[in-house]
Design a protein around this ligand. Structure first.
Ligand code: BDR
Ligand code: CA
Length: 311
């Protein structure tokens, strides 16, 4: 039976590719809804971009719910310098004809968690919608199977400050609520996503698919690569967010360790840092499976094959 999931996202080219991977995998994943949050770009654009992916995948029955337009406490930080003005520069797609659902994302998440015990939340952006839902209705934690999240970094450090990764830095208070919630967590930090690098050959493979989704993916990645190539001197860019969906589809591609993880919410210097007790130096019980290994060829093979199934 297909696994019931909600995808919470701030597209972003890598979010967009993650959405396409999930939308192409209906046999395994029952997407109850896509919820949007402000992050890489403001909320009106992340919502527009999510709708564009639903349309590109020809899955109009998957509803998109608009969520929070700013973090719970701190001001919104966006990342146009990585993703371009629209968030998905390079996609070259028309504006979507479909509209978001009328219900707010937080209300949808609370209702869905109550109605469907055993759902998995897949989070690809700042954790604002989830943190807000858990503050309003803490009892929903009991019915959530797990949260698989892209965020944080430990041995790799940060990508927004020396200490913090973008999704956690953007809303550390929301992340703190999630990490203290008692829900089973699986974390895809920079330590693993920096192994999921694009390359000319991998992008070319999307071009070769010959479908619209393949062309849009290749176009987005060609734009997205330039920032990481310049900053890190790598052959390509890390496809952070698709690792979350790939983990649900093929967990055997990944390896990690159960650890206790805490979020820095006080010091400005290290705000949003994910402090991982990798070596079990404290008596704290693990609250998170921290992933740090990836079969990158297997990951790209899965991604390319699934995006090839789309129109
Ligand atoms: C995360 O931040 C965003 O820029 C990406 O979409 C990803 O979710 C990586 O730090
Ligand atoms: Ca994202």
């Amino acid at each position: 039976m297909a696994q019931p999931i909600i995808i919470d996202t701030d597209p972003g080219q890598d979010d967009a590719v993650a959405l396409l991977l999930a939308l192409a995998s209906a046999d395994e994943l029952n997407i109850l809804g896509i919820t949007t949050v402000a992050g890489n770009v403001p909320l009106d654009l992340t919502t527009r971009n999510a709708l564009m992916m639903v349309e590109l995948a020809d899955r109009p029955s998957v509803a998109v719910y608009q969520g929070c337009d700013r973090p719970m406490v701190r001001p919104l930080v966006t990342a146009e310098f990585v993703h371009g003005k629209t968030g998905i520069d390079g996609a070259e797609l028309p504006n979507p004809a479909i509209e978001p659902a009328a219900t707010h994302a937080v209300e949808f998440i609370v209702d869905a968690a109550r109605a469907t015990p055993g759902i998995t939340l897949c989070t690809l952006g700042p954790l604002t919608n989830i943190g807000t839902a858990l503050s309003r209705a803490p009892e929903i934690a009991d019915g959530i199977e797990e949260i698989v999240l892209m965020g944080g970094g430990f041995f790799e450090g940060g990508n927004t400050t020396p200490a913090a990764e973008f999704n956690i830095y953007d809303d550390p208070q929301a992340a703190d609520i999630v990490f203290r919630s008692g829900i089973r967590l699986v974390m895809m930090p920079l330590d693993v996503t920096h192994q999921a690098l694009t390359s000319d050959a991998r992008v070319e493979a999307f071009h070769h698919l010959g479908n619209r989704a393949g062309a849009a993916t290749a176009g987005m990645l060609e734009f997205y690569e330039r920032y990481d190539r310049e900053r890190y001197g790598t052959v390509g860019a890390p496809l952070h967010d698709p690792t979350v969906i790939a983990y649900l589809l093929e967990p055997g591609l990944f390896g990690g360790r159960e650890c206790y993880v805490e979020i820095e919410t006080t010091s400005e210097l290290t705000m949003g840092m994910t402090v991982v007790d990798w070596w079990k130096l404290t008596p704290n019980e693990p609250n998170c499976l921290v992933i740090n290994q990836l079969d990158d060829d297997g990951f790209y093979a899965l991604l390319t094959e699934r995006i090839g199934r789309l129109p």
